[in-house]
Design a protein around this ligand. Sequence first.
Ligand code: BGC
Ligand code: BGC
Length: 628
Amino acid sequence: MGHIWRCAHLLLYCCLLLSTTGVQGSGYLKYKDPKQPLNTRIDDLLSRMSLAEKIGQMAQIERSIATPDVIKNNYIGSVLSGGGSWPAPQATVQEWASMVTEMQKAALSTPLGIPMIYGIDAVHGHGNVYKATIFPHNVGLGATRDPELAKKIGAAVALEVRATGIPYIFAPCVAVCRDPRWGRCYESFSEDPKVVQMMTQIIPGFQGEAPPSSRGRPYVAGTRNVAACAKHYVGDGGTNKGINENNTIIDFHGLLQIHMPPYYNAVINSVSTIMVSYTSWNGVKMHANHFLVTDFLKNKLKFRGFVISDWQGLDRITSPAGSDYHLSIKLGVLAGIDMIMIPFNYTDFIGNLTSLVHDNTIPMSRIDDAVRRILRVKFTMGLFENPFPDPSLAGELGKQEHRDLAREAVRKSLVLLKNGKYGEKPLLPLPKKCGKILVAGSHADNLGNQCGGWTITWQGLQGNNLTAGTTILEGIKSTVDGSAQVVYSEEPSPDFVQKGGFNYAIVVVGEPPYSETQGDNLNLTIPAPGPSVIETVCSNVKCIVVLISGRPLVIEPYINKIDAFVAAWLPGTEGKGVADVLFGDYGFTGKLSRTWFKSVDQLPMNVGDPHYDPLFPFGFGLETHPSY
Ligand code: BGC
Ligand code: BGC
C-alpha cells in the first residue's frame, strides 16, 4: 500500500514538475528549467521581457494595496508588509499563507509567470505575527557575543517566517550605533564594528550556509530558509546626535573603519539583498549616492544580489519628501538602487521611470542590471520552483523549541552591572527559597514593554494582550520555591514597602516601546514613574533593579541605592530567561555591547575614544555561577 502511494506521489510530482517548469513539448522555456545554468536562465528570461515587465520587477508595493489586479496589470515584482501590516488582526498562519498564495497566483498568471517575492521585517523574530517567538532585539544579542547563537536564531526565525508563506526578510540590521540617543539603537548589535561583524552569522542562519562555490553570491538553501537583507547601507548608526534619518559626518576612512565592516561580512556570507539607508553621508543622501551604492558596493565589493530602497526612500531624497518624485527616481535608480520600496504610489513610479527610460535619462543597461539582480535572487532561492507557501511548515510558528532558544538568548544577553553594595557580599543569585519578595515596576508584568518596537505593530504595544509569551513576573513566579511568596505591586507606596516584611525586591522598569524616529531621545532618562519606584523600593528593601531598555539610560543618580543592577535590554516574549539567571539556574555571562555613559552630555562616547569616562565600560559584565 505504502509503495503504491509513493509511486502515485512520484507520478503526481513529475506531472507538476513538467507543468511548472514547462519542460514538455513545444512550450519549453529555458528560464523555467532549473537544470539550466543560472546565467542562462537570467539571460533567457530578460530577453523575453518588455520594459513594463522590467519596471514591474523593480517595484515593491505594500500589502494593503496589492490586489491581484494591481499585481497582474503592473507585473509587480515584490510585495511587502510594513510594520504592523497584517492580513487581519491576530491573523493565523493560514491567513498569512493564503494571502501570499493569492498574490502569487496573480504574479504567476502574467505571460512570463515571474513569481513575486514577499518581504517583511523580521528584526527580532517574526515580529508582525501573532504568537510568533519574539527574540531579544539586537542590542541584547550583541551582549551575548555568541555568533553560533545568532546563527541558530536566524534559522529559527527563517522557519517561523516560512510558516506564514513568506520567503524574504528585511533583516539583519547591521547598523553600528554610535549614539544611543538614536531611536533605532536597539536594532544595532553594538557600537563596536567587530561585534556587529561577528553577529552577521545570523545571515547564514536565515539563508542557510552557502557552500564554498556560492560564497559571496546570493544564496538561500531552500524553502526552510529565507532571503535576508543587510540594512541600512551605510552609516545609519552614525548620525549627528543620533537623529534618525539624519546626516553622518565622517571622512571616508572613518566610514570604512566603523560603518562599512559589517557589509564585508554580509557580502562574503552571501546576503541576498542590501537596503539603502535614509541617512546622508556628509550631506549626500545615501539613496542618491552612486559612489557608495554602485562603485563601492556593486563594483568594489562585488555584491551580486539586489539593492533595495527603504520605505519611500527615493521620495526622501528631496526635501520636503516627494516634492520632485521624477528627480528622486532618476537619482535613486542611477545611483544603483534595483528594487524600490515604493510602497503606495506605484502608478507615479511606473510612469516616471518609464519616461526616464524613454528619454534616455536612465539607460536600458541600468534597468537590465537591476532586473538581472532581482531575477538572480529569485532564481537562486528557488522561487520559480517553489513559489507557494509550504503548509507543512505551519507548526514552526512560535514552537516550543524556538521559545527555548529565545529563552537561552535572554539568559545570555543579560548584563550584570552591579552585584552587592560596596563592601557587601554579592546579592545574586537569589535563593529560590527566598521567603517573601516584592516585584515592582512598570515592566515586571508587561509583555509589550519587554518586547519593544517592531512587535505586532510598527511602534510596538504595551500590556499583556498583544501576543503569546511569558512576562518577567510570571517567570519569577514559576522559578521560586513553593515556599516563597511573590507579591506584585506595580507602583507600591513607601508604607506598603516598609510594612511588607520583604526579604528582597525586584524592580523592573524601563522604556516604553518605540521604533525609528519616535525613539529619538536627547535626555535618555528612565521614564516616570521608574525613578520613584526605584527610590521607594530600594530605600527600604534589598533590591535588584532590572532595566528594560533599548540602550543604556541615565542610572548614575540611583546606582548607589541599588543593591544589584541588571541590564536586560528588550528581551522579547520569553521572560523566563530573566528568572533563570536571577535565581541561579544559570550564571550571568553577558558583556556590554555598548558603553554605559554617566550623563548625556558625554555623548557620543564610544569604546576607543580618546576621552573615555564611562560609568561602565564597553565589554563590562560581572559573572555569577549557577547555584543549582
Ligand atoms: C525602515 C526599514 C524597514 C522598512 C519596512 C522603514 O521605515 O527604515 O528598516 O525595513 O521601513 O518596514
Ligand atoms: C510603516 C513602517 C515603515 C514606516 C516608515 C510605517 O507606516 O508601517 O513599516 O517603516 O512607516 O516611515
